[in-house]
Design a protein around this ligand. Structure first.
Ligand code: FEO
Length: 396
């Protein structure tokens, strides 16, 4: 792709990764992603804001070649994760006069992860500004968006916020700006669930601080840009602290049908109580979708057979993932079956110390579920309904 105009003196010079299917070798990217870099040309100096994934350095090279950019004064690095920083060594080599601008915390990471020479780095304090002549960059430290070294940049004269990973979406698109809001909403929610949710307390503080800025454009590091920023700011407010939905997420595995019977009964019982059941079959499901469903869920019920005396490994994986993502869950339970014994419940509960949930009595049955087991499932659904009634939820 060619450089694209974001605003006067501001160009997008990033890379759209249509092919990427996994991020962090962990979570599927059904719609690809992009690595957004921006060139800001002031009357006296020029700054590049972030670079691209190292697999896309050639595309950045072509962009800079096409612009005939002979001199670069600053390379602003918001974040040391390689999807943005990976092409920094190339840029610093191409422009030997350029200084790398980052936080003090990022400096160490730039040296350790990328081998950047310390004398190429200039650190900036929170709120510090950098003049490019007629344009001013203001740096906003934003730890845990998504690493501790992260900062954002506000381009005052153009009212553009470059928020790094914040407000981003894993979405490959030829649209520079958001033109299909429902598609971008899904991509941004997936991104929030996978990357930002563990830091939602920090994110809430950053949202509060950003409310005092006059923002005309949000230019994140992934996905299309927002020229109507209210859309993504409101979505983030909702995901971080809005009311939860009246729903129960049910990640489960069934090997020989017993757990499936319990899950089916739970779905039916919850439906009868006007609670949305969201079953997620772990053996085939997309873990990104599971993460998205957890964003606004007050309750989760894990469904597991017993394998080698413990939970099915995929259910243990889901528990570990949920524990790491720290969704706003309030209630949890477990349903499942065993043949001759096991410790699945104890094992799964030990895997989720970060989840501050009230555990509702699990329903674990021996062999194929009988009528009394299904009645116990109805009882679990009724307890969930009772808890939800007191939890101030929005309608599902
Ligand atoms: Fe897009 Fe945390 O890197």
């Amino acid at each position: 792709m060619r450089p694209r105009v974001v605003a006067e003196s501001v160009l997008w010079v990033g890379s759209v990764d249509w092919e990427r299917e996994l991020f962090d070798e962990l979570i599927p990217l059904p719609d690809g992603t992009s690595y957004n870099a921006y060139l800001v040309s002031g009357s006296e100096r020029t700054a590049l804001i972030d670079t691209v994934d190292p697999t896309k350095t050639d595309e950045l090279r072509s962009m800079l070649d096409s612009l005939g950019l002979k001199k670069l004064d600053y390379l602003v690095a918001h974040h040391a994760e390689q999807d943005h920083s990976g092409s920094i060594p190339y840029v610093l080599e191409r422009y030997p006069e350029a200084r790398l601008v980052c936080t003090l915390k990022a400096k160490g990471l730039m040296v350790d992860l990328l081998g950047v020479a310390e004398d190429r780095i200039v650190t900036v304090a929170d709120g510090e500004t950098l003049s490019l002549g007629d344009l001013t960059l203001e740096f906003i430290h934003a730890p845990w968006v998504h690493w501790p070294e992260t900062m954002l940049t506000y381009l005052r004269e153009r009212r553009i916020l470059f928020p790094c990973d914040l407000f981003g979406s894993h979405l490959a698109t030829s649209d520079l700006f958001v033109r299909d809001p429902s598609r971008v909403y899904r991509g941004a929610k997936r991104y929030y669930a996978e990357i930002m949710m563990p830091f939602r307390t920090n994110i809430a503080k950053h949202l509060e601080r950003l409310a005092s800025y006059d923002i005309g454009i949000i230019a994140p590091s992934h996905g299309p840009l927002h020229d109507s920023p209210r859309f993504i700011i409101d979505a983030y407010r909702d995901w971080v602290s809005g009311p939860l939905s009246n729903k129960v997420v049910i990640p489960y595995v069934s090997m020989h049908g017993s757990t499936q019977v319990l899950v089916d009964r739970l779905i039916s019982a919850l439906s009868d109580l006007d609670i949305m059941a969201v079953p997620h079959r772990l053996s085939t499901g997309d873990t990104g979708r599971l993460a998205m469903e957890l964003v606004d869920a007050p309750s989760v019920v894990l469904g597991t057979p017993t394998v080698l005396a413990g939970a099915h490994p995929l259910v243990a994986y889901a528990a570990v993932l949920a524990n790491a993502l720290r969704p706003r869950l309030q209630f949890a339970s477990i349903v499942g079956s065993y043949g001759w014994g096991g410790k699945a419940v104890e094992q799964l509960l030990a895997l989720v110390p970060n989840l501050k949930v009230e555990v509702l009595d699990p329903v674990i049955v021996k062999g194929y579920p009988r009528e009394q087991d299904l009645t116990a499932i109805d009882g679990l659904a009724a307890r969930i309904a009772e808890k939800h009634r007191g939890a101030g939820l929005k309608a599902a």
